[in-house]
Design a protein around this ligand. Structure first.
Ligand SMILES: [Zn+2]
Length: 89
């Protein structure tokens, strides 16, 4: 079984294992890396997180919800990637 989900950023379908899950809980979008949180979730590629924000992908799928926590996670993930790149110089 290879479950497939649609990315709310690029709208491409991909295997669940290549996507990150997010849910809205109490009006806040939360990244659910372990895909264990209950509730209605959406899926996206980690690389598409900026696209998700640009396209309001969460709002369409989850309704009004704050993306502040998601944006913080997104920034952190980008910083981590940047640090890896600069340390390999
Ligand atoms: Zn995508």
């Amino acid at each position: 079984m290879n479950p497939v989900r649609t990315c709310v950023g690029c709208r491409q379908r991909d295997l669940k294992k290549n996507l990150v899950r997010a849910i809205a809980e109490n009006g806040v979008v939360r990244v659910d890396l372990a895909a264990r949180l209950p509730g209605r979730g959406v899926w996206f590629h980690q690389d598409c997180s900026q696209l998700v924000l640009d396209r309001n992908g969460f709002r369409k799928a989850l309704g009004e919800a704050s993306t502040a926590e998601f944006e913080a996670w997104h920034r952190q993930a980008r910083e981590d990637a940047g640090n890896k790149m600069s340390s390999s110089k």
